[in-house]
Structures are given as structure tokens and as C-alpha cells.
Ligand binder design. Structure first.
Ligand code: 6R9
Length: 651
């Protein structure tokens, strides 16, 4: 590294001057300005959108923690992400550049996008979708997915996108919970070059549901996978053809009305249906796309997340399209057909901004710098990461080898529930500290607190909380307002003093400059290659196997975080390879192949506290070959030696 990039004594790296000159936000005064004028400061975000009806009030907190942002404002997300860019003379500008698995490409200009979103919105109405009906989508990374999302937004039908890697069971659970009668899926897709039958998964899910489901099937594979449309099933292309040239007036939605649902894992086995509104969510994602990702309308921007997760919703679809930029969507994986794929896509499309996850960066690093070196990456202006903590070594590798020390790296902390970014440096303003996400976004207020809810001293670990509402925040949980309050607002709030504090479930440290280092989850949620999973969900799939009495799963950090499962067999059952296979199959069927444990360790007991709780932290240390922390709270300390011995034998 050069002297400059090694930065100051405390390891911080100033933003590259060439970047600052052109940044959307470069005045450090923005922090004070936002603080002094809170919540009015958030009008800066709302002003990025077009409203049919202006809001009367920025924030109504009378019914906290059910906050109302941009009260009585009316807008439509599809209009904001599509139509208005036609009106502003950008109709021939590329909106979506799709790069297919087998190197096919498709580009949709804003006009193309407008046409297909309208036709599909008309089709949705034809098949009976009404305002506020929840439409589930179970699709891989194909253009029809964002098109369907925007079509739903147009008619005020909240979408619920379920990651395509989830199993039929997991899809059925989410559809049932959302009371969703509509499903949009596809025949199949390519996984490492092989055709995978997605429709049979979707059909199996529908069979499990009591109510009638209307299904739309996108033909992704052509003749490769012949599929038959059954009763209540429509072909996407047929619907589009039948509605050729149709236009649908965007429905005016109140700011607080739902734009979408997104299921995410929590501490219990039941996934949580996070509900996002329209006005606050879109303002927050548009504003952070501009201030943090520095997106400008002429940029080609690529976020490598999957649209099946929140990052793809906020920063492939809604944020960048609200700003009128070109968003790249990639169907494949970074190493197929070879390890140059990502750099080739950046070079070929002159990508200006690249946003990815630490797990991918660690893989790139392992593969070696010769792959990026063989490509011209000089179009890049800014790099971002999200999803889990990034270690300083990976951060520096990314900064140097991909950004050539010319591109700021924004390490953005946020969650499904927050809707948009919450903690990160502003790339044109603040110094970066590798391994350290940064301060709260202007207008966002975070605090790291102890068990009693008091702010911890700088440098000490505590719970990461948000002590003021923010526009992108979830509205509630679809499963009920009570669960919403219990899950997020019980721990540190003092309702009697009308003080409401949101708990993220993360542990963090804060330094003297107010920079946050996120340490990881303190609840029973694990992060598997950027996919958030509840330990309970995986464990309940495992104990469903005959012969398994009890199970505990933890995350282990390799290049990719993977799952380690510890299981106890019932008397009379052999802890053998076939039982191990059954465990793997149960997880595949219950959740999806991506959640399969890397290791299944059979043991006679699990480490438990005196109150009978499994001490996952200890299993995590064993899985990661780390020194064991405090074991004094264990009821059965002898278990540690036993598990370590088995682990050792297996390696
Ligand atoms: C956007 C997204 C949320 C959890 C979150 C935290 C972890 C996300 C992070 C990060 C450290 C970052 N996380 N970004 N940890 N540094 N920059 O990932 O949403 O899938 O809901 O996961 O991910 O643990 O609580 P989601």
C-alpha cells in the first residue's frame, strides 16, 4: 500500500481526493445540519421523489413505536422508478442490464421497462389481483422478477419475494403466513450450467396450501425444461401478449401503505414477515443510494446481491431505479464459468459502482489478484460491502486490488428491518477505518448500550440500538403488531417515559469518533454466506429426522460462513453416514440446499447452561477452533472434551 492509503496513525483512510471533488455529498456540515433539523432533515430524502399529494407532516410519533413518516403523502413506487424518467427525457437510457448465466444479455431502457411493467400490471389485474393482495414471487435473478415487483407496486399489491433457493416447504410456510393467493415463478433456471426445475418446487408448495393459488410461470429455459401449465396456471409470455400495449394508471398509495413484505429469520422457528411502507422506504433507499453509493443518473451500478433478499430489493431495484440510473443484474455465480466472471462484467459494462458482500470479497482474495489484474477496472469509482462484518485484511485487499486505491469503500450496516443503510461513512466526507462500518448515516441515531440500556464507554462492547425512528423502518410484522413490539422494542425501551429504542440483535463497539464496529449477532440468528437464518429453523428441520433427539447449529467462519450441526441420536439409532445424509436432506427439504450443514457432528450431549439453554457460543468456538470462552456457567462441563475429541477425529 502507498503511504496515503495506509492513512493516519489510527489506521484510517481519507476519501480519495478525486472522488470527493465529484461526490454527491462532500460537505461534512451535513451531520450537524441533519441533527439540528431532525426529523425535518429527512425531507431531503422525500424531495428525491415525486408525490401526487404532498405530506402534511414529516413524522408523527404519537403512536410509537408505530411511527408514521410523511403523513398523508401519496405516491406510487412504480411511477417513481419508471414513468417519471420517461417524462424527464431519459426514455432511451438503460434502466436494467441483465447478464445471464450462459452469457446472454438483455438491456431494458426505461421505455422498455415501462412497457413491460404496464403490460404485466394489466395482466395481474386480469388474473384477479386487487389492491393490497399479497403476490408471492419465487424466482431466480431474471428480469421478470423486478418487472413483476414494479408491476405489483403499480397496482398497490404488496409483493413478497421468497429467495429461489428456499424449499417448497419454506415457500408454502411463507405463502400461508402472508395469506397470499398469487404466485409468480418460472419453469427453471441454470445452476452451474445445469437446468434446475423450479416449477416442481412451486407446484409442491401449492399442493401443501389449502386455499386456491393462481400461478404465473415465466419460461426461462425454453425447450430445455418442458413444463405443463395446470389449472389456475398462466404462462407469463401469454399474459404479456394478451396485454400488449396496455397501460395501467399507477395507484396512489399513502406513504404508510405497504410496498412489500419480506420474510426474515428471527430467534423463533417462525420466520417474521417484515412489512415495508411506500413513502418512507423509498425516500430512505433513494437518499442513501445517492448519498452513500454516490449514484448519479448516468452511472452503471452493480449490486451483486440476490433480489430474494433485502439488499436486492433496496439497492438493485428501488434505490437505483428511483434515481434513474442503470442497474446491472447478474444471474450467475462469481466463479462460473471461471473466476474472471465478475471482473469481466465490470470491464464489459464499464461499471462505475460495485456493491457486494464480504463473503464474496474473501473468495476473490483467496482466488488471487491475477483475475482482477487481467481486466480493466478503471471505470470503478466506488466500492461497497454489506451483509456481515468485513475483516480489515479483506477490506484492504478490496480497496487496493479492486479499487486501485482510488475508490472509497463503504461498509454499510443495515438490516431487512431497517429497509436501508443505517451505519456507514459518507464516501465523500468521512475517513474510512478498515473493519469498522463508520458513524450513523446523517439523520439516523444509533447507540451502543449495556444490559441496563445505558450507553457503554467507547471501546466497550454492547448492544447496537437505534434510538430515534428513521424513514426506511419496518411498519410492523405481518404476523401481528404485538410480535413487532416484542421482537424489536421490548429490550431497551422505557414506554413510561415514552422512550422507544429499537434493538437490532447485533453486538457492536463504538469508538471516540462515533464509528461503529459491528461484532455480530447476539441472538440465535446466523449469517450463512450472507443469508440470514434462524438456528431454530434449521434445528427444527434436523430434529424432524427419525432417530435425532436434539440438535444445535452454529455458524463457522471459513471463506464462506457455513453451518456446523451438533446432534444427539435417540437410543437404538446409529450415528452413521446414512443418518448424516438424512439430516442433510431434511435441511434441504425444510429450508433449502443453501442451508445444508457442512459438518454434522454426533455427540451424546450438548453444552447447556444451568437453566438448560444450549450454549451455542461454545459450540461456535469449537467449530472455529478458537479458544473457549468462559465455561463456568456450564451444567455439563465434560461435554466440551467429548465434542472436541469427535471434531478432531473427523478432520
Ligand atoms: C442488509 C442485510 C442483517 C444482519 C445484521 C448484521 C449483519 C449487515 C453488516 C452486518 C457487519 C455490516 N450485517 N451488514 N454486519 N457489518 N456492514 O444484510 O440484511 O439479511 O437482514 O441481515 O447482517 O448482523 O443484523 P439482513
Amino acid at each position: 500500500m502507498t503511504e496515503r492509503s495506509e492513512g493516519k496513525e489510527n489506521g484510517s483512510v481519507p476519501p480519495p481526493p478525486g472522488f470527493v471533488e465529484q461526490a454527491n455529498v462532500s460537505d461534512a456540515g451535513i451531520y450537524d445540519e441533519f441533527e439540528e433539523n431532525w426529523p425535518g432533515c429527512w425531507e431531503r430524502a422525500a424531495e428525491l421523489l415525486d408525490w401526487y399529494e404532498g405530506y402534511d407532516e414529516v413524522l408523527n410519533d404519537e403512536d410509537a413505536p408505530f411511527y408514521e413518516w410523511f403523513v398523508d403523502g401519496r405516491l406510487n413506487a412504480s411511477y417513481n422508478c419508471v414513468d417519471r424518467h420517461l417524462e424527464s427525457g431519459r426514455k432511451n437510457h438503460a434502466a436494467l442490464k441483465w447478464v445471464g448465466k450462459l452469457k446472454e444479455t438483455r438491456t431494458y431502457t426505461y421505455q422498455d421497462l415501462h412497457r413491460e411493467v404496464n403490460e404485466f400490471a394489466a395482466a395481474l389485474r386480469d388474473i384477479g389481483v386487487e389492491e393490497d393482495d399479497v403476490v408471492t414471487m419465487y424466482m431466480p435473478m431474471i428480469p421478470e422478477l423486478p418487472i413483476a415487483m414494479l408491476a405489483c407496486a403499480r397496482i398497490g399489491a404488496p409483493h413478497s419475494v421468497v429467495f429461489a433457493g428456499f424449499s417448497a416447504d419454506a415457500l408454502a410456510t411463507r405463502m400461508e403466513s402472508a395469506d397470499s393467493g398469487f404466485l409468480i415463478t418460472c419453469d427453471g433456471y441454470y445452476r452451474r450450467g445445469n437446468a434446475f426445475n423450479q416449477k416442481s418446487q412451486a407446484d409442491n408448495a401449492v399442493l401443501r396450501l389449502d386455499n386456491e393459488i393462481t400461478t404465473v410461470v415465466v419460461d426461462r429455459l425454453g425447450d430445455e425444461l418442458d413444463h405443463v401449465l395446470g389449472e389456475g396456471q398462466y404462462g407469463y409470455d401469454d399474459l404479456i401478449r394478451a396485454n400488449a400495449g396496455a397501460t395501467v394508471e399507477p395507484v396512489e398509495r399513502e406513504a404508510g401503505e405497504a410496498l412489500f413484505l419480506m420474510y426474515t429469520s428471527g430467534t423463533t422457528g417462525e420466520p417474521k414477515g417484515v412489512v415495508h411502507g411506500t413513502g418512507g422506504y423509498l425516500s430512505h433507499t433513494a437518499w442513501t443510494s445517492k448519498a452513500v453509493l454516490d449514484i448519479k443518473p448516468d452511472d452503471t451500478y452493480w449490486c451483486s446481491a440476490d433480489i430474494g433478499w433485502i439488499t436486492g430489493h433496496s439497492y438493485i431495484v428501488y434505490g437505483p431505479l428511483a434515481l434513474g440510473a442503470t442497474t446491472v443484474m447478474y444471474e450467475g455465480t462469481p466463479d462460473y464459468p471461471d473466476r474472471s466472471r465478475v471482473w469481466e462484467i465490470i470491464e464489459r459494462n464499464s461499471v462505475d459502482i460495485f456493491y457486494t458482500a464480504p463473503t464474496a470479497i474473501r473468495a476473490f482474495m483467496k482466488w488471487g489478484s491475477e483475475y482482477p489484474e487481467a481486466h480493466d477496472l478503471s471505470s470503478l469509482r466506488l466500492l461497497g460491502t454489506v451483509g456481515e462484518p468485513i475483516n480489515p485484511r479483506a477490506w484492504k485487499w478490496y480497496y487496493k486490488n479492486i479499487g486501485n486505491e482510488n475508490c472509497p469503500v463503504v461498509d454499510t450496516w443495515w438490516q431487512t428491518e431497517t429497509g436501508g443503510m443505517m451505519v456507514t461513512t459518507l464516501p465523500g466526507v468521512g475517513d474510512m477505518k478498515p473493519g469498522n462500518a463508520g458513524p450513523a448515516v446523517p439523520g439516523v441515531s444509533v447507540e451502543v448500550v449495556d444490559d441496563a440500556g445505558e450507553a457503554v464507554e467507547s471501546g466497550e462492547a454492547g448492544y447496537l440500538t437505534v434510538d430515534k425512528p428513521w424513514p426506511g423502518m419496518l411498519r410492523t410484522l405481518h404476523d401481528g403488531d404485538g410480535r413487532y413490539v416484542d421482537e424489536y422494542w421490548r429490550g431497551f425501551s422505557r414506554p413510561d417515559d415514552d422512550k422507544w429504542v429499537y434493538f437490532s440483535g447485533d453486538e457492536a463497539r463504538i469508538d471516540d469518533d462515533g464509528y461503529i464496529t459491528v461484532l455480530g449477532r447476539v441472538d440465535d440468528v446466523i449469517n450463512v454466506s450472507g443469508h440470514r437464518l434462524g438456528t431454530m429453523e434449521v434445528e427444527s428441520a434436523i430434529v424432524g429426522v427419525e432417530g435425532i433427539a436434539e440438535a444445535a447449529v452454529v455458524g463457522s467462519d471459513g471463506t464462506e460462513t457455513s453451518i456446523y450441526a451438533y446432534a444427539i441420536t435417540e437410543d437404538g439409532y446409529d450415528a452413521d453416514a446414512s443418518l448424516r445424509d438424512e439430516v442433510a436432506t431434511a435441511v434441504e427439504n425444510g429450508i433449502g440446499g443453501f442451508a445444508q450443514p457442512e459438518e454434522v457432528v454426533f455427540t451424546t450431549q450438548l453444552p447447556k447452561t444451568r437453566s438448560g439453554k444450549i450454549m451455542r457460543r461454545l459450540l461456535e468456538d469449537i467449530a472455529n477452533h478458537e479458544p473457549l470462552g468462559d465455561t463456568s456457567a456450564l451444567r455439563n462441563p465434560e461435554v466440551v472434551g467429548e465434542i472436541e475429541a469427535i471434531d478432531g477425529e473427523e478432520e
